[in-house]
Design a protein. Structure first.
Length: 397
């Protein structure tokens, strides 16, 4: 197997597996008052302190969730409801054109069901938001803005946003700021306090932890109406019995990812550069989307996103899958019809080229062998896709 889809999910690190396995054998609800419950609570609170240290927050600002989608929904909907409750005029939400659907879909839900007004900021050809454009959008009427949400790093093309500058602009007008940092955490220097944001989303399975756990870092000053009501866990922001084994494993994975970040990111970036060079040599007209690989501060180290003229991304993905090479396509499928990536379209790509894209993403266990396997396969795969002979690929998978 050649796994080049770490941006979707990355393998658990051994230390996280060990931590989770140890807790799975122990009983205890962390909300119970007896000894078993207090033991479970201690594990949760030690994990909370470790996560806070990893991401530059206070322990009291760590709210455990089931992952990125829940965290984004909690922040976007909850902060909107709180702002509207304080002042019904605050109904405008500002976001970027390249957000993940875990942010875009809750925003559209607010438009359809809660009378929100959505303003989508344009991005440049590399997929980056200009803080000056954000300032202009808020300045038109600061009193009707409920919140701003801009992702820290793009999940498709790897573009890193100027989050601290954007948060500073929002706060100049008293507007709360949320960022989806799912792709950034563990890879970039994600520091909650230094960034100045009010809410920040992290997902465990993107940094070597288990599926189904994450955190919403939420400033104590932030106002948020909870999505769910029940036992009042997690500051009454996220009710529900806490998953002690997953939380323990997530904390270990986060600590490992942050402590090893500099060395690991440099190694992964070097592998990524080799991958880009190999693909470009094998397919000379392939187009690298997003910032250049030389832009070490503007692009995620493990991201390589290409468009292959004359191909359908889905066909390329199936052909590579048949050879045991796993990546992803930036397009989405709706009712069996491939839709162009909204990220690439926002960056100026035409719909045809936007449907011809593949994302290769590397992570902590990627090797030179992975790059070599792709380098050997990509040229013939593109040639076959262009010839139209992609029939019955599934029979060979």
């Amino acid at each position: 197997m050649t796994y080049l889809d770490h941006a979707a999910t990355t393998p658990m690190v051994p230390a996280a597996i060990e931590a989770m396995s140890a807790q799975l054998a122990i009983v205890g609800n962390p909300s119970s008052l007896h000894t078993a419950g207090r033991r479970a609570r201690r594990v949760v609170e030690e994990a909370r302190e470790a996560v806070a240290e990893s991401f530059g927050s206070r322990p009291s600002e760590v709210v455990f969730t089931s992952g990125g989608t829940e965290g984004n929904n909690m922040a976007v909907k909850g902060m909107y409801w709180a702002r509207v409750a304080a002042d019904p005029a605050r109904c405008r939400v500002i976001t970027s054109a390249v957000e993940h659907h875990a942010v875009l879909d809750p925003l559209h839900w607010l438009v359809d069901h809660e009378n929100a007004v959505l303003e989508v900021l344009p991005v440049d050809h590399e997929g980056r938001v200009d803080p000056a454009v954000l300032r202009s959008a808020i300045e038109r009427n600061p009193h009707d803005v409920a919140l701003v949400t801009v992702m820290w790093a793009n999940s498709e093309v790897g573009t890193i946003q100027p989050i601290a500058a954007c948060a500073e602009v929002a706060h100049a007008y008293g507007v709360p700021f949320h960022t989806d940092a799912v792709q950034a955490a563990g890879t970039l220097d994600v520091d909650f306090a230094a960034s100045g944001v009010d809410a920040l989303t992290v997902s465990g399975h993107k940094l070597g932890g288990p599926l189904g756990v994450g955190v919403l870092l939420l400033a104590r000053s932030a106002q948020l109406v909870p999505l769910a009501h029940g036992g009042g866990q997690e500051r009454d922001v996220r009710s529900g019995t806490l998953d002690v084994p997953a939380i323990a494993a997530f904390a270990v994975a986060a600590s490992r990812a942050v402590n090893d970040r500099v060395v690991r990111s440099a190694r992964v970036a070097a592998l990524r550069d080799s991958l880009v060079a190999a693909v470009s040599e094998a397919v000379p007209d392939a187009v690298l989307n997003g910032p250049t690989v030389a832009d070490r501060v503007g692009r995620l180290p493990g991201n390589a996103h290409f468009s292959f003229p004359g191909c359908e991304g889905d066909s390329l993905l199936m052909l590579l899958d048949a050879q045991g090479i796993y990546c992803s396509t930036g397009s989405a499928c709706s009712a069996g019809v491939a839709q162009p990536s909204h990220v690439l379209v926002a960056m100026g790509a035409d719909p045809t080229s936007a449907r011809s894209s593949l994302r290769f993403s590397l992570g902590h266990d990627s090797t030179a062998g992975d790059v070599a396997a792709l380098a050997l396969a990509i040229g013939p795969v593109v040639a076959r896709a262009r010839s139209g002979s992609v029939r019955a690929v599934g029979a060979h998978a």
